[in-house]
Ligand binder design. Structure first.
Ligand SMILES: C[S@@+](CC[C@H](N)C(=O)[O-])C[C@H]1O[C@@H](n2cnc3c(N)ncnc32)[C@H](O)[C@@H]1O
Length: 326
């Protein structure tokens, strides 16, 4: 049995240490939203994210913790976070693994109506986050560096953002001078949120389109101008009444990337990422492209231990054009 008081005490020490260590880095890099604690202690399976002074505690208990970590434990943990940081603006999310999500497809449901909306900054851009009502806040902090890398090569490009969520990649690319962007997502809620993020960054909607569609169907149907820069950051699994069948990253990534190659211009760059822990990139994915893994560059120091995602930058291999399809 884990003693809740002991766990809370260990957490307090670790938070103080992490804060001291990371605050210096965050100041230097002008990062204002960052992960303060990332399941560092096995007996304290939570994450704590700082959104410009408001803290989000995500409860990551798994089924195996249920008998030893009750809700009293969570209260003790929240108290320890408050004591160690002095922050009272605390929010709480349950990030339990959904064993039956293949059956329900429920990974993106709304959690509550707390309405804790905030505007925060990242790399000079502004983003609307919600700290209380959804499983995720609207800004995935582990992709902060990926967004900067994409922005760094976006100027003048036709950019495509697949599984665009709240449009964070799009905002960075558009603000960095992308000629056009196209953001595709299945969810009207997230596309409305993306539209608001674009508006807050004064991005012209006439050149920056948002499209509600199932990505695989959209890729098959698309006949417009090809894209020079593509971001593909799919969920591990999804199903919805709005799409045919389901999407499974392990099963479907070769077909997905083949679809991307069909809409990519010669010389295009494709950033692909997944947070599936057991993911193995299939050799048949994007034949003819150079495919260095870039996780080392994209995972930021505040996520150092947890390997939150893996990423690859695909580009036309020297001496030949990539073959479309796969
Ligand atoms: C993991 S998030 C993507 C994160 C996003 N790329 C970012 O970094 O902010 C998953 C998103 O994929 C969308 N989605 C899930 N299945 C989809 C599908 N088949 N077609 C289009 N969008 C889908 C969800 O609505 C959600 O916005």
């Amino acid at each position: 049995m884990i003693d809740p008081l002991r766990a809370a005490e260990m957490l307090g020490h670790r938070l103080t240490k992490n804060r001291r260590h990371l605050a210096r880095w965050a100041r230097r890099e002008q990062v204002t939203c960052w992960r303060l604690y990332d399941r560092d202690i096995p007996d304290v399976p939570i994450t704590v994210d700082d959104y410009e002074g408001a803290l989000v505690i995500a409860d990551c208990r798994r089924a195996r913790h249920d008998e030893v970590l009750d809700d009293g434990w969570l209260d003790a943990v929240a108290g320890a976070v408050r004591d160690a940081t002095g922050v009272v603006d605390l929010h709480h999310k349950t990030r339990r693994r959904m064993a039956d999500r293949h059956a329900t497809g429920a990974q993106y449901q709304r959690l509550g109506e707390g309405g804790a909306w905030r505007e925060v900054g990242e790399g000079g851009r502004r983003f609307l986050v919600n700290l209380s009502d959804y499983l995720d806040t609207g800004l995935f902090l582990d992709h902060r560096r990926t967004r900067a890398l994409v922005a760094a090569e976006a100027a003048g490009k036709r950019m495509l953002n697949l599984f665009a969520y709240t449009g964070a990649f799009t905002v960075h690319a558009a603000a960095a001078g992308a000629a056009t962007t196209m953001s595709v997502d299945l969810s009207n809620t997230y596309l409305d949120w993306a539209a608001e993020n674009l508006r807050r960054n004064r991005i012209d909607p006439r050149r920056h389109a948002l499209e509600r569609a199932d990505v695989l169907a959209w890729l098959n149907a698309y006949r417009g101008p090809r894209f020079d820069l593509v971001v593909v950051d799919p969920p591990t699994f999804s199903n919805s009444k709005k799409m045919q069948g389901s999407f499974d990253i392990l099963r479907d990534h070769v077909a997905l990337l083949a679809g991307v190659a069909r809409v990519a211009a010669p010389g295009a760059v494709i950033w692909f990422s997944t947070n599936h822990r057991g993911f193995a990139l299939d050799e048949r994915a994007l034949p003819g492209f150079a495919r260095p893994e870039r996780s080392h560059d994209t995972v930021p120091p505040d996520f150092g231990y947890s390997r939150p995602h893996r990423s690859w930058r695909f580009s036309a291999a020297a001496g030949g054009q990539p073959r479309p399809g796969g």
